[in-house]
Ligand binder design. Structure first.
Ligand code: SAH
Length: 236
């Protein structure tokens, strides 16, 4: 299996250029030579066999030799809105959700949430998505959306979308997730949990409460467990 590199513009012709972090990885970490074969992806779903042609100090030119339509996505759209934890736990969450095939991660502002990332902090998380996609061979990037308020996210899903809200309330409403659903949206709360008013509003808007057991999980544990549950239970 050849090394994978991300190209940040759509690969449409026979030549591709690596710059920035990706070029650094190829030139100075792998010390690639002209003629070596690597795999490229542009985040839009396909991957490409390519051969290194020209090496400069900070960029590399590659010749694209084959486009491969390799789909490693889930068979349904999965969005998670999460009141993101801080620091390294945020990065871990982004890495694992990328590996599990989540389509979209939305930082969630709720009554008890801490400040959600914006600007360069979001860019750093998007870089983590690329790193994880290089490693797990995903060809489509998980989207990291701008932060959204709890009430805006509640109303967002289209009518057909299955809706789960994670809440350690000691009761789980029946949730079945079969092939019928094309989309699933999941809400995970902050360390302080969702407020009673938030849970009531979610129920009102047809969100189904999911209890993951009698232990209180960290935000990232709950989000990763739910993504794994959804990803595997939706298998035919
Ligand atoms: N302080 C809150 C727990 C917050 S844990 C309390 O004591 O109730 C952070 C988030 O992770 C929760 O809002 C919920 O979305 C999710 N979570 C944690 N443990 C869970 C469990 N056992 N079941 C369902 N969701 C859980």
């Amino acid at each position: 299996m050849s090394h994978r590199f991300y190209v940040d513009s759509p690969i449409t012709d026979k030549l591709a250029t690596l710059a920035g972090t990706e070029a650094h990885h190829l030139l100075h970490v792998l010390r690639a030579r002209a003629g070596e074969e690597v795999t490229l992806f542009d985040g839009n779903g396909a991957e490409f066999r390519a051969v290194v042609r020209e090496l400069n100090r900070q960029t590399a030119q590659l010749e694209v030799v084959e486009r491969l339509e390799i789909d490693r996505e889930l068979p349904f759209a999965l969005s998670l809105a999460v009141a993101l934890p801080k620091g390294d736990r945020q990065k871990l969450l982004v890495e694992k959700l990328t590996e599990l095939g989540v389509g979209r991660l939305v930082p969630l502002r709720s009554e008890r949430s801490v400040a959600q990332p914006k600007g360069s902090a979001l860019d750093r998380l998007r870089r983590s998505v690329i790193e994880a996609s290089k490693q797990c061979r995903r060809n489509r990037l998980m989207e990291i959306a701008e932060p959204i308020s709890f009430h805006d996210f509640l109303e967002k899903p289209a009518a057909a979308t299955a809706r789960w809200i994670a809440h350690p309330a000691g009761e789980t409403e029946t949730h079945s997730f079969g092939q019928a659903h094309g989309e699933l949206a999941i809400l995970v709360g902050p360390e302080g949990g969702f407020s009673d008013a938030e849970v009531a509003a979610a129920r009102e808007a047809d969100w189904c409460c999911i209890d993951l057991g009698p232990r209180i999980l960290r935000i990232e544990t709950a989000a990763i467990a739910l993504a794994a549950l959804a990803a595997t239970s939706a298998r035919p």
